[in-house]
Design a protein around this ligand. Structure first.
Ligand SMILES: CC(=O)N[C@@H]([C@@H](O)[C@H](O)[C@H](O)CO)[C@@H](O)CC(=O)C(=O)O
Length: 300
C-alpha cells in the first residue's frame, strides 16, 4: 500500500465502546469491528479499490462516500453496496456548501437513496468542511427523510451540540460515534456509543483501558488514561499535527509503510517523527524494544 488508505478507524456499538482490541498498532487493526475509509476520491484513486484489501476479514465495513459532486457520491455509494459494505458515511459537500439544514438533508438523502439497503451515517466534521449546521438540528426528523439513517460520526468539540444529539434522540437507537480522541471520555459521559478517530490506530490499548475503566465506573482511572492520551496529542499538536503526521506515526508504530502524502500535504519531518517516537516511549505507549526488534506488542 504505497498511497494513503485514508485513516483506519474502528468502533463498536454500545454497550461495549471500543476501538481496536488488544493492540495499539495499525497492523493489529486487522480485526476491528468497523473500518471507515475516510478518504475523499482523488484523481486516479478510487477509495473503494484502496479499501477493499483492508476490508477483508473485518466484521463490518462502513465506507465514506462523500464527494464534492452528488453524482460521484452516489456512484461511490452504489459501489459500496456492490462490494458488500455494511454502511456508508457522508460528510457535507464543502466547496459549494449547503447553507441550511434542509438543503444538507436533501443532499444526504440523494446519496442515501443510491444505496437504499445500506445503513447511512452522517459524518459531522465542521472544522474541515466549514459546514456549521448543528448536528442536533440536522437529526431532528432525519429518519422521515432518510429512512436508512443509522447514526452520526461527530468530529467536533461542541459538547453542547453532541449532548443534545444524544438527549433528543434517546428513543431512536442511533449510533453516536465521537471523533475527537482527546475528548472521548467527556463524550462517553454524554452518551457516545462509539468512537472513530485517527489516534486509535496507535493509541488503541490505552484507549481501551480507558473504555474498560469507564464501563467499570472507575472514572478516576478513566481520567488518568484520558489525560495520558491528551499529553501525547497535546505534544504533537504543538509540533503541528495532521494527516501527514498521522501517517508517519502509523508507519512508525505498525511497520507498514503508509507512503507519502499527496500535495498539498507535506511529508512529516524526521524531527517530528523522532520527537513523536520519544514521546510515545516516555508516556509508556511503546516499550523501547518494540520498534527495534520489529515486535509490535506495545507495553500496557
Ligand atoms: C480533525 C481530525 O482529523 N479529527 C480526527 C481525530 O481523530 C483527531 O485526529 C484526533 O482527535 C487528534 O486531534 C478524526 O475525527 C477524523 C478522522 O480521523 C478522519 O476523518 O480521517
Amino acid at each position: 500500500m504505497s498511497r494513503t488508505p485514508g485513516i483506519l478507524a474502528s468502533w463498536r456499538r454500545a454497550p461495549s465502546l471500543c476501538v481496536q482490541k488488544g493492540s495499539q498498532s495499525a497492523r493489529h487493526t486487522c480485526h476491528p469491528e468497523v473500518l471507515l475509509g475516510n478518504c475523499l476520491p482523488v484523481y486516479g484513486a478510487n477509495p473503494l479499490t484502496v479499501i477493499r484489501p483492508w476490508a477483508e476479514g473485518l466484521d463490518q465495513v462502513v465506507i465514506h462516500v462523500g464527494a464534492l459532486s452528488l453524482k460521484e457520491s452516489q456512484e461511490l455509494a452504489q459501489h459500496a453496496a456492490e462490494i458488500g459494505a455494511d454502511g456508508i458515511a457522508v460528510i457535507a459537500p464543502f466547496f459549494l456548501k449547503p447553507w441550511t439544514k434542509d438543503i444538507l438533508i436533501n443532499f444526504l438523502k440523494e446519496v442515501a437513496a443510491a444505496a437504499p439497503a445500506l445503513p447511512f451515517y452522517y459524518y459531522h466534521i465542521p472544522a474541515l468542511t466549514g459546514v456549521k449546521i448543528r448536528a442536533e438540528e440536522l437529526l431532528d426528523g432525519i429518519q422521515d427523510k432518510i429512512p436508512t439513517f443509522q447514526g452520526l460520526k461527530f468530529s467536533d468539540t461542541d459538547l453542547l451540540d453532541f449532548g443534545q444529539c444524544v438527549d433528543q434522540n434517546r428513543q431512536q437507537q442511533f449510533a453516536f460515534l465521537f471523533g475527537v480522541d482527546e475528548q472521548l471520555l467527556s463524550a462517553l459521559v454524554m452518551g457516545a456509543t462509539g468512537a472513530v478517530g485517527s489516534t486509535y490506530n496507535y493509541l488503541g490499548r490505552k484507549t481501551n483501558q480507558m473504555l474498560e475503566a469507564f464501563e467499570r465506573k472507575d472514572l478516576s482511572l478513566a481520567l488518568n488514561y484520558q489525560f495520558c492520551i491528551q499529553r501525547f496529542i497535546n505534544f504533537v499538536v504543538k509540533l503541528g499535527f495532521g494527516v501527514s503526521q498521522t501517517k508517519a506515526i502509523m508507519t512508525l508504530v505498525s511497520g507498514i509503510p503508509m507512503g507519502p502524502p499527496r500535495l498539498p500535504l507535506q511529508k512529516a519531518s524526521r524531527e517530528f517523527t523522532d520527537s513523536a517516537e520519544a514521546k510515545l516511549k516516555s508516556l509508556d505507549f511503546l516499550s523501547f524494544t518494540d520498534l527495534k526488534d520489529g515486535s509490535l506488542e506495545a507495553s500496557s
